[in-house]
Write a new protein. Structure first.
Length: 204
């Protein structure tokens, strides 16, 4: 955050020590936001026309701890208002939720970059002292053109699941068809950009 090292560089460095696990999503794991938590969309409608938060703000998650869901993917169909510009939300893995879930209860920024077969999330803590690196390695091409930027934070925390927003540009990578499954490797670790660590050659 102070320019000593970019978060993209920190993310690349972190891959050396990040532990990995796997996530599998099929149609049975998919639900709509309206089915799981309709009040979230209702609240969004009430906010329409009001001044909205910008990507430059560290924001807390949308928290509904009383709600539990077996879904791993939440979607908002076309024709319904998007939630802060997103129509797709993916659950982080259970292990990451158990080990790092408390991080998402604090206000944070959300930076997302993608290219090749990877989508990388860098969640920056509001203190600017550390962040959370979350990488998904897919089995298919995410996008022919690399991209990424600072996005509006829209993490959704339920009692047993934490969902992170997926930009429209890469959402198709995570939405399964009727018969296909989406499988990807997940790597996650805390980032401390000011600490000197060895650089590895990891392409994004």
């Amino acid at each position: 955050m102070e320019g000593k090292i970019t978060w993209a560089e920190a993310a690349r460095i972190s891959t050396e020590v990040a532990r990995s696990n796997f996530q599998v999503v099929d149609r049975s794991h998919t639900s709509s936001v309206a089915q799981v938590a309709p009040d979230i969309l209702e609240n969004q409608k009430l906010l329409e026309g009001a001044e909205e938060s910008s990507e430059s703000e560290a924001l807390p998650a949308i928290t509904r701890l009383e709600i539990k869901t077996p879904a791993k993917l939440l979607v908002i169909p076309e024709g319904e208002p998007a939630l802060k510009g997103y129509r797709c939300f993916l659950a982080i893995t259970d292990r990451v939720r158990e080990e790092r879930g408390d991080f998402f209860l604090q206000p944070h920024w959300t930076e997302i970059v993608w290219g090749g077969q990877k989508v990388i999330y860098i969640f920056q803590h509001h203190s600017k002292q550390f962040g959370l690196y979350y990488e998904m390695q897919t089995t298919e091409l995410v996008s022919e053109v690399p991209g990424g930027q600072l996005f509006a934070t829209c993490t959704v925390v339920f009692g047993d699941t934490i969902f992170i927003p997926v930009p429209d540009a890469v959402a198709k990578t995570f939405i399964p068809t009727d018969i296909a499954k989406k499988r990807f490797e997940v790597r996650c670790d805390l980032l401390y950009p000011e600490l000197p660590v060895p650089v590895t050659n990891v392409s994004v």
